[in-house]
Design a protein around this ligand. Structure first.
Ligand SMILES: [Fe+2]
Length: 352
């Protein structure tokens, strides 16, 4: 196995040269591929068979792209691909399989194993390099997405550390909000943004004094005013993120009320972004049904009855009805199904 560093135009999102693992038992093919890739500035690690490729992954990974010959003695390219896909640390790494001319069964097996793309021998240099560039573009997009999610998780954790009442609340709420978004038939990007918005809805509490957030006694008017700034602060924090333009209104609007008596903007009905209406509802349900340091969680039937009573006042009545209708998807299914039938009756008047 040999490492050959490339320099020049092929720097990835991290600024370093993009790293390619190249496995082929034919030394002449390997030499040709290596020369082409190094000429483009990629850093190439070579392996003469599948076993060496897996060893290189373990010792020298992560790589940005794997280029594997399908037919190699011992562990072939298909088996290496399957192992790469099964390992969470490499599951998203693109794999280009190099196949013999016209080997349809190799391509079918390669797709089943999880290959990203194929290169058929004999190949032309421009085609190889175009496929490599396409695979690396995909990898760069995945890396950007992962780093965005990493920032979001770090931010959500920072809020949880500061305000004990939100413990484990952030990730749970993301799942609940996305389920309700899908039930409301929102598109995939809106659902994703609502998931982030739900997880980060209280991120603005970073800007509120901890002595207020943790105060055991009744809050003064001035302290309430301070807490009520958190939706605006949170919207400013999330705006630079990839989906910031859609996440920020969710964060800003999560304390608005359907009847217009919420804050910070006093919006009412459909003026409130639908993501914010969804987060307001699942946040209230989650807060009611989970234990807090100062009280036990409420049974699901009581929480659903409260949602039903507040439908058309605090909450969007159509969303409340949808939530109650499908409440088994949001909590312990048996208990929720029985409670939902009861709560549907209560919410009916508000919806129709
Ligand atoms: Fe809040």
């Amino acid at each position: 196995m040999t490492d050959t560093g490339g320099q020049g135009p092929a720097a990835g999102v991290t600024g370093r040269p993009e790293r390619i693992l190249l496995a082929d038992d034919d030394a002449a093919v390997r030499a040709l591929l290596r020369t082409l890739m190094i000429g483009e500035g990629y850093a190439v690690t070579e392996a003469p068979n599948g076993r060496a490729a897996l060893a290189a992954l373990a010792e020298h990974g992560p790589f940005d792209l794997l280029v594997l010959d399908v037919r190699m003695p011992g562990r072939d390219g298909l088996e290496v691909t399957r192992r790469v896909r099964a390992d969470p640390t490499t599951a998203l790494t693109p794999v280009i399989l190099v196949t013999g001319g016209g080997a349809l069964e190799d391509k079918i097996a390669g797709l089943d194993a999880g290959a990203t793309d194929f290169l058929t021998k004999p190949f032309e240099a421009p085609e190889l390099l175009a496929r490599v560039r396409a695979a690396l573009r995909m990898k760069a997009a995945i890396d950007r997405l992962e780093s965005t999610q990493g920032v979001l998780v770090a931010l959500a954790n920072a809020v949880e550390a500061k305000d004990p009442s939100t413990e484990h609340h952030c990730d749970r709420l993301g799942g609940l909000a996305m389920t309700l978004g899908r039930l409301a038939r929102l598109d995939a990007e809106a659902v994703e943004a609502i998931g982030y918005g739900a997880a980060l809805h209280d991120i603005g509490k970073i800007g509120v004094a901890e002595t207020i957030l943790r105060k055991p006694a009744r809050l003064t008017d001035a302290e309430w005013a301070e807490i009520r700034r958190h939706p605006e602060i949170g919207a400013r924090i999330v705006r630079p993120l990839r989906l910031g333009a859609i996440v920020a209104p969710v964060v800003r609007g999560h304390h608005e009320r359907w009847d217009g008596h919420g804050y910070p903007d006093g919006l009412r009905h459909e003026q409130i972004p639908i993501g914010a209406r969804i987060v307001a509802l699942v946040d209230a349900f989650d807060a009611m049904t989970h234990e807090r340091p100062y009280r036990e969680g409420m049974p699901i039937d009581a929480a659903l009855a409260e949602l039903a009573r507040e439908a058309g006042r605090q909450f969007d009545p159509a969303l409340a009805a949808l939530f109650i209708e499908h409440c088994a998807a949001f909590g312990a299914p048996d208990e929720a199904a029985a409670a939902g039938a009861f709560a549907r009756g209560l919410v009916g008047a508000a919806v129709r």
